[in-house]
Design a protein around this ligand. Sequence first.
Ligand code: NAP
Length: 280
Amino acid sequence: MSKILGIIGHPIGHTKSPVLQQAALDHLGVDLTFDAWDVAPEDLAAKVETFRSPDFVAGCVTLPHKQAIIPMLDGLAETAQAVGAVNWVIPEEGKLIGHNTDAPGFLRALKESAGFDPKGRSAVVFGAGGAARAIVYALKTGGAASVAIANRTVEKAQALAADMTDGRFRPTALGLDATSLADVVPYSDLLVNASTLGMEGGPGPGLSPVAAELIPAEATCYDAVYAPPETPFLLEAERAGATPAGGISMLIYQGVVGFELATGREAPVKEMFAALGVRE
Ligand code: NAP
């Protein structure tokens, strides 16, 4: 039987992971095929059972399964536990362990592609959904001094802030209205859009979470949204004279971290960027 390695999602047609992962496997001469499996929610448990085969290498997990898969696994790595979502399943000593590579992937993208180290710096994260959870956790582990979570539904920002709070790290929560944003955005080193605003096909395709007038020229502005590559938020950042960085690097680095977990090999980062037609 052939080895089991691929991504589960529903729908699955849009995913860039097979191209990204296959490029890395081929470059290193690893004789494996990275598949894409369209798995409806009602078929998820049966699919996960197939991962218990000795031929299972690793499974990448995308929408809508990142949380639903958790009770089907035998354990969670620390980051997946903290973020509350799984995007890679790796077999370890006969057990299926869920990992989250969105958080370390964001941190590597921020440092290596955007050239920004969050240690000791202040940040505002727009949004409080799945991407925001990973990003706020990444900023926490990256040593950020302060993080404000700005979300349309303030209660969700408050819940995320409470989940991430510990003795050292105490994120604050606020609304997405201009008055609330004016209290924090102009004084922040890093702004991250983790909402769906600006996303092609999303609820606000032409919208930025914040206007240029509030963005400081010294700020780095990272948009987790990567389609389109030039988002409304990044255009506002440019208008403010700030440093814009698009979300494709987070997508690639979550794959880099996942590839390294799955294969135990150092990922060929340059080739993975090239596979998606992006410069590192
Ligand atoms: P999600 O869990 O559905 O969260 C959506 C967020 O957007 C919530 O905070 C929601 O606010 C906010 N929102 C939605 N419509 C809004 C509107 N009309 N006005 C203001 N806020 C609105 O989504 P997600 O999984 O976090 O994904 C967010 C974005 O990140 C997506 O574009 C996704 O493609 C991107 N992403 C990128 C990567 C990457 O590797 N680059 C990884 C993961 C996600 P409420 O709470 O008020 O509803």
